[in-house]
Each structure stands twice: as structure tokens, then as C-alpha cells.
Design a protein around this ligand. Structure first.
Ligand SMILES: *Cc1c(COP(=O)(O)O)cnc(C)c1O
Length: 467
């Protein structure tokens, strides 16, 4: 009832905007006059609406200032925040993929704090190419003659095809027309790059004769796409890279391989499922390869193009390159990550992605038992926590069929609502914890937990939690 006399009294007692502003001087200094004024106005009209709704909110100047301070601080909280990834997917695209090693983090900070020689040659005093900071390292680690870098591997594929195959045809096996993470589909990227996809073979089998038959005067290049995120099993056939390289050479056209995950070390030596390396692709005769910087490589988001000097030069001169080039922070981080690969013996220690992927199951199991005991003491009645074996995924479309033995906390509850409530409470912790809800169980796979003390400390807040 908007008109009661009690309401009118309360409204009359509401302080004016200017009065609150005057007493909120410290907030005005910190957040600015205009913004504080705007938040006060919003708060006063909220209070008026509450009065109209029959509520009796606090209307003292102090009370109002305390509320607007909370609002101002909350509005300034970073949207992009660190989280604890207990999903069991090591390279989780939605959680930012690779965690970067400390030398890369420091290099990014250095590159941000002061001007850099990004495109400037300190010997000659002349302009230089930004690729110069990473090209040598990429060539050293892949065996390629030349290399350039763009913002991600999707951009790398787009740029390579647009440069080498615009207005031409590109035969690709039907078994390799992949979609990656919803929005990247090879056929669509090919269309946008201006070339025409010629589908050849069948989903499960493609032969050399399929490529031979597809080649004509309009064919621009031969391409192989690594089927990162699925596997065709059973009655299958694909053409080996060396055979395709030979066929491309015979027809005087480039052979391009989109590797997806750019693996630079032999995974079998680390006890991990096999994944083709960039060096092997070059060795097999690829003229150009493309791969991601933030998948198995464990670096910043970027796409690497490596291969023959004449082709890389053409790719670099494409005006689209300007639109797709990475910034100095990415290049600074990438250079440090690549340097770690010069010492493969320390890689497992120094590169977080490989450290997580190769953690010993016994280690994770011991951690699971410790944390199960600690969490059991914290959670209210109605929840049950067990340390249980589970399987982690590599993620980002790498090695889709393979999983790695891991250990985690399997949490169940008296009701689904309680379990979802706990998942929500974990996500609202100061460092949000992201697990995986699966079949009535909340799984916290501990493979990527590298801050156990922080995890336990903040979980003590769960004592008061109500589902
Ligand atoms: C992941 C992937 C891409 C896209 O790479 P982004 O770095 O995510 O842009 C392209 N091709 C293949 C085969 C992939 O696996």
C-alpha cells in the first residue's frame, strides 16, 4: 500500500543523495564522485521500493554507506578468477587449458611492465619481426625450417588455407572432417578460408587412390587433419603421412598437417598414451604443420605454423596475419615454455601440464585419503565421502579414448538437491572448486590439486554450509 502514512514518514526521513555523498568522502576518493553518486541513487530507490512493499529497511546514513561500500567492492571484483580444477580434465578449455610454468608467468609480467624489443632489432636498430623471439626455438624443437605464430590453432589453419589454397580445392578424408569444441569445424573453416573442400574416401576408410582421383588442376594442396577428439575403430584405413607427402610432391603441391595438439616430446617415454609429435610430422614430409600452444604443449593460447621457409614466408605476408598475430605477452610466455623443452629430463617437473599428466597414482591416492578424512570432519550430516579410484582425461581433444588412472573424492548425499548444493558451495569458495557431477556422485579428481593447504583451509567454511 503505497499511501500509508507510516510509509510517507519513512520516505521523508530518507537522506538526500548529497547528504550521503558528503559523509561517504573516503568512498568518493576511492571510487569517484560520479560512480558513488550513482550507486547511492540506486540504493535509495531500492529502499523506496522496499518501503512500498511493506518492508522496514535501515535508512540511516551509516547503514546506507555500509551497503553501498559492499556494492562498490563487489562490482570491482575480478570476473576472471583463479579456480581449483578438480574436474579430472587436465587441459579443460572452459577452465583456460594449460597452467603456465613460473618462468613464463614472470616473462609475461616483464613484457607488460616496460617497452620491449617486440619488433625491434637491438643490433641493427631496425624493425624486426615479432616471430624472431620464438622462431628459432620452434625450428630447433620440430626440425622445421621456419615458423610463425598466431592467436590459436584455429587461426593457424585458417591462415594456412587462405594463403596456400584460396580459390583452390583441398581434398580431405571424410574420416578427418572433425568438429572441435562446438565452434571449430574443419569444413566451415575451409569455407571461410576461401578454398573448396573435396570430401574423399569414407568415414572409416580412405585410400591413396582416393587422393589420386581427387587431384586435378584446381587442387591447391593435400591436407591431413589429426582426429584429435575421436577415434574410428574397427575396419579402418588411412593413408600414411609419408605416402601423402610423396603424392603431394609428385603433383608439386604442399602437404599440410593440422596436428591439433602440438606434442613436442615422445609421450611413451613418460608413460603416457602415444600422440604424434610435431617433429615426426615434419620428418614424415609435411611441408607445413599447425598446432596449438595451449594443449599438450602446455603453453599460452596460440597457434604455431611451422614448415618450409618459402611457404612460411608467404603465410607471414598474408594481410590476414596482421589480424591474427599474437601479442607480446603470448610470445614472451611461449618462448619460456619452449625453452623448457630443451631439457626433457626436467620437463615433468618444470611444466605444469606434464607434471599433472604424469603424477603418480599412489601420490594422488595418498592425498585422496588425507582429504577424505579432513572433509568428512567438515561436512554436515547427510553426506558421505570416499577416496576412490577414477580416471582423468587429458582434455582439449587430445587423446580422447585414452584416460589416465587417478584418484579422487567421491561424494554422495541423501538427496540430489543436497549434492548440487554442495557443488554450488564449493564453487562459491574464495578460490572456487570445480568438480564433476556424474550419476549422483560429485567427483573431485585430485590429479591437478597443487594447493592442498589452501583447499583444506578454505573448505573449513563448509562447516556452516546449508544445502
Ligand atoms: C584443437 C584443435 C584445433 C583448434 O585449436 P585451438 O588452439 O583450440 O584453436 C584445430 N584442429 C585440431 C585437429 C584440433 O585438435
Amino acid at each position: 500500500m503505497p499511501g500509508t502514512s507510516e510509509d510517507q514518514d519513512l520516505r521523508r526521513q530518507l537522506p538526500a543523495v548529497d547528504v550521503v555523498l558528503q559523509q561517504a568522502a573516503p568512498l568518493v576518493t576511492r571510487f569517484g564522485h560520479a560512480r558513488v553518486g550513482e550507486v547511492i541513487r540506486r540504493q535509495l530507490s531500492l529502499i523506496r521500493a522496499q518501503i512500498t512493499a511493506g518492508k522496514r529497511p535501515d535508512i540511516g546514513v551509516e547503514d546506507i554507506i555500509s551497503v553501498i561500500e559492499t556494492v562498490l567492492i563487489a562490482e570491482d571484483e575480478a570476473s576472471l578468477r583463479p579456480v581449483i580444477n578438480l574436474t579430472g580434465t587436465v587441459l579443460h578449455t572452459n577452465l583456460g587449458r594449460a597452467v603456465l610454468p613460473e618462468p613464463a608467468v614472470e616473462a609475461v609480467v616483464r613484457a607488460m611492465r616496460a617497452p620491449t624489443n617486440l619488433e625491434y632489432n637491438l643490433d641493427t636498430g631496425a624493425r624486426d619481426d615479432r616471430d624472431s623471439h620464438v622462431e628459432g626455438l620452434i625450428c630447433e624443437l620440430t626440425g622445421a625450417e621456419a615458423a610463425t605464430v598466431v592467436n590459436n590453432n584455429a587461426a593457424a589453419v585458417l591462415l594456412v588455407l587462405n594463403t596456400l589454397a584460396e580459390d583452390g580445392e583441398v581434398p580431405v578424408s571424410r574420416g578427418e572432417l572433425v568438429e572441435i569444441g562446438g565452434s571449430f569445424r574443419i569444413p566451415e573453416v575451409m569455407e571461410r578460408s576461401g578454398c573448396t573442400l573435396v570430401e574423399i574416401g569414407a568415414t572409416n576408410r580412405t585410400h591413396l587412390r582416393d587422393y589420386e582421383r581427387a587431384i586435378n588442376g584446381r587442387t591447391a594442396l593435400l591436407m591431413k587433419v589429426h582426429t584429435s577428439n575421436f577415434q574410428v575403430q574397427g575396419f579402418t584405413a588411412a593413408v600414411d603421412e609419408p605416402e601423402l607427402a610423396k603424392l603431394a610432391r609428385e603433383h608439386d603441391m604442399p602437404f599440410v598437417i593440422d596436428l591439433g595438439s602440438g606434442n613436442l616430446v615422445d609421450f611413451s617415454t613418460l608413460g603416457l598414451p602415444d600422440e604424434p609429435t610435431a617433429a615426426a610430422a615434419i620428418d614424415n614430409g609435411a611441408d607445413i604443420i599447425t598446432f596449438s600452444g595451449d594443449k599438450l604443449l602446455g603453453g599460452p593460447q596460440c597457434g604455431i605454423v611451422a614448415g618450409r621457409t618459402d611457404l612460411v614466408d608467404r603465410i607471414r605476408r598474408n594481410p590476414l596475419k596482421r589480424a591474427l598475430r599474437p601479442d607480446k605477452m603470448t610470445l614472451a610466455a611461449l618462448a619460456e615454455v619452449l625453452k623448457l623443452y630443451r631439457n626433457p629430463d626436467r620437463l615433468q617437473q618444470d611444466l605444469p601440464t606434464l607434471k599433472f599428466l604424469t603424477r603418480k597414482p599412489a601420490d594422488i591416492e595418498a592425498q585422496a585419503h588425507r582429504l577424505a578424512t579432513a572433509l568428512r570432519a567438515l561436512l554436515p550430516a547427510g553426506y558421505s565421502i570416499e577416496a576412490r579410484a577414477c580416471h582423468s582425461q587429458i582434455g582439449s581433444g587430445a587423446l580422447p579414448v585414452e584416460s589416465i588412472a587417478s584418484f579422487g573424492l567421491a561424494i554422495t548425499a541423501d538427496s540430489d538437491a543436497m549434492l548440487r548444493g554442495l557443488a554450488r558451495a564449493l564453487r562459491s569458495l574464495p578460490r572456487p572448486v570445480v568438480g564433476r557431477l556424474n550419476d549422483g556422485t560429485l567427483w573431485l579428481d585430485l590429479r591437478c590439486l597443487d594447493c592442498e593447504a589452501l583447499f583444506i583451509e578454505q573448505c573449513s567454511a563448509l562447516v556452516n554450509f546449508q544445502a
